[in-house]
Design a protein around this ligand. Sequence first.
Ligand SMILES: NC(=O)c1ccc[n+]([C@@H]2O[C@H](COP(=O)([O-])OP(=O)(O)OC[C@H]3O[C@@H](n4cnc5c(N)ncnc54)[C@H](O)[C@@H]3O)[C@@H](O)[C@H]2O)c1
Length: 289
Amino acid sequence: MQDLVDRIAVVTGGARGIGASIAHALAGEGMSVVVADIDGEAAENTARSIGSTGRKALAVACDVGLFDSFQQLADRAWAEFGQVDVLVNNAGVAHPPAPAIEVTPDDARWVLETNVLGVWHGCATFLPRMIDQGTPAHVVNVASEHSLGVPMTGSAMYTASKHAILGLSDVMRRELPDHIGMSIVCPGSVMTEFVAAVRHRPSRFGGAGQTDRGRIDAGMSPDEVARRTVQGIRDNDFYIVTHPPVIELARERWTEIDHAFATQAPRFEGDDIYDTRELVRRRLAARQD
Ligand SMILES: NC(=O)c1ccc[n+]([C@@H]2O[C@H](COP(=O)([O-])OP(=O)(O)OC[C@H]3O[C@@H](n4cnc5c(N)ncnc54)[C@H](O)[C@@H]3O)[C@@H](O)[C@H]2O)c1
């Protein structure tokens, strides 16, 4: 999507961190921005700061884990601006580091409902209206290096949620009409307050928790991730990648899969009877006859 000037963007988790940087970057491209966040006060501050640069910004309190809350966000955005051209599903959380079998059921649901259903809620509430608009539009789902590889111990549930965003987005992009683009952003470590996410845990998952962790003190600046995200929207890249070393982990995964097939299930003449795409094609063709 090339033309961003005077278009409208909605950024979830836009109050701080990567979301705030993306909101600022999109405003810098000439867009009006809706800053949506579970922390309504912080969203107001970010919207005010964008407003001071001369662009229009609206803060909306929204919990992406709740379908109705997202629906209200969409109603609000269309009521205020009459259209939405870019949706950035950025809000995401991680539970405090723990082996998978020690994560509490509340934390597991918190991470999966916020990170996975949060993205789906955004797509399911915004995309039908963006499709109806009939004009170029783009959805960005903020995933992670953990979508591509990087199996970091202590973060299994988070990793599962970020794999789910890749799977969801990879199928959805093929279901969308040509005028809608879709990207996933796959950053490594970014210097934000992400490690303190438990401070904003909703009451249905046990409420706000205490943590002595404040900011991630090493990694990329959120502004740099935002800069690359804007470029990815312009170039209609599906994978928006940022941290060069991640390629090694993605290759490591691919090499292991390649070896598994080479040794256990190598290709043979006529093996397309097991090709799922071919099976689906045949089933659809049989239905049409
Ligand atoms: N920081 C990193 O190292 C890193 C790396 C890769 C991916 N990411 C991803 O980037 C995204 C943004 O993370 P960040 O690092 O900017 O974190 P952050 O904690 O600084 O910002 C996240 C924002 O999301 C909001 N939020 C949390 N739950 C919400 C909910 N249910 N509804 C609406 N808003 C909610 C928070 O209030 C906060 O303002 C997340 O999806 C995260 O998984 C972060």
